[in-house]
Design a protein around this ligand. Structure first.
Ligand code: DAH
Length: 350
């Protein structure tokens, strides 16, 4: 290396060593490597050299240029690292491996039980459907064989919007849409309709320990050729034994709902009082948990399905009630209280 380049390298490196911040580093870069920089300037001195000398000197200058560029890059990295270390060292002493403060609420027990039920039905081949909370009168009543002025409407007074739509009073309001969605696959490809649709329901109720104006149900339907009450009972039993993880006493008794024929009330033994009678079970020892039945031919027809060819069952599981049984909640109003302290008792699943 010629004396000149060697000397420039020395100078550059010692200046680089003394650089203290990014701004002076950049100034140094411009001083040596910029368009009018010192290293670039060396090349201009080549014009008086012979061809042979030009070649070796050119190479030398290029090597110097590369070395200087690399040294600057390394210096930038070192400086960044030093900056981060400085920041870390200036932090107060904290143990970042200590568990975070977990006091941030928990899943609502209804969410937990709903997800559990969804998993059970998913494993049995059911679709999980979501449905709007605002529905039409047709969906909520007419398509379910409850014409205007039918007395069955009295049991489900709800909240009406000015445009004539209403807050759904039961998840059955989604049935018609589900039939229409899946009927082509059923009719053309023989795929049975198997769907559940959990959702929030509303009723204009006087509230007490067992009644709320807002509650959750989970509707389920299955439609295919030759579906019978045995299929219904099988799915209900499977679901309940999975949810309660033990054998629960159930009873099936006739029930009237205009959209099923025959219709049933599936009751479970009250798990709060063990069947002895308490306010939660209206002192009967039994709780209506899952009304169900064989889908009425008119309801299938309204969904575009020929009742001569297909039959099906439907059920309307009282999800809120199931949660109350599962966690021993005595007053339904606790579930809508929004109190984190109350809700966090039901789960340790944060
Ligand atoms: N929708 C009814 C209610 O909320 C419950 C119900 C009864 C749903 C029978 C069904 C059924 O699917 O088959 O009162």
């Amino acid at each position: 290396m010629s004396e000149k380049t060697a000397q420039m390298k020395q100078e550059f490196l010692s200046k680089l060593e003394n650089v203290a911040d990014m701004a002076s580093l950049d100034a140094l870069r411009v001083e040596y490597l910029g368009k009018n920089g010192l290293i670039t300037g060396l090349l201009k001195e080549m014009k008086n050299l012979s061809v042979e000398e030009k070649k070796t000197f050119g190479q030398e200058v290029n090597i110097l240029k590369n070395e200087a560029t690399d040294a600057i890059t390394t210096k930038i990295e070192e400086m960044k690292k030093a900056e981060i270390e400085k920041e870390i060292n200036s932090m107060p002493d904290i143990d970042i491996t200590a568990p975070a403060n977990l006091d941030r609420g928990s899943y609502h027990p209804i969410t937990l039980v709903q997800r559990e039920c969804e998993e059970i039905f998913r494993s049995m081949g059911f679709h999980i459907e979501d449905y709007s909370e605002i529905v039409t009168d047709y969906e909520c009543f007419e398509a379910l064989n409850i014409p205007k002025h039918h007395p069955a409407r009295d049991m489900q007074d709800t909240y009406y919007l000015e445009n004539g739509q209403l807050l759904k009073s039961h998840t059955s309001a989604a049935q018609n849409a589900i039939y229409k969605k899946y009927k082509d696959a059923l009719i053309n490809d023989g795929v049975p309709i198997k769907a559940i649709f959990p959702g929030r329901c509303f009723r204009n109720e006087a509230t007490d320990a067992n009644h709320e104006n807002t509650f959750f149900q989970m509707e389920g339907v299955m439609v295919d050729k030759n579906i019978s009450i045995s299929n219904l009972i099988f799915f209900m039993k499977t679901m309940l034994s999975e949810v309660f993880k033990k054998d629960v006493k159930v009873r099936l008794r006739p029930g009237f709902f205009p959209f099923v024929e025959p219709g049933f009330e599936l009751d479970i033994n009250c798990l709060i009082c063990g069947g002895e009678g308490c306010p939660s079970c209206k002192h009967s020892g039994w709780l209506e948990l899952c009304p169900c039945g064989m889908i009425h031919p008119e309801v299938l027809r309204a969904g575009g399905i020929d009742p001569e060819e297909y039959t099906g069952f439907a059920f309307g599981l009282g999800l809120t009630r199931l949660v109350m049984m599962r966690y021993g909640v005595k007053d339904i109003r606790d579930l809508n209280s929004g109190s984190l302290k109350t809700l966090s008792q039901f789960t340790d699943d944060k």
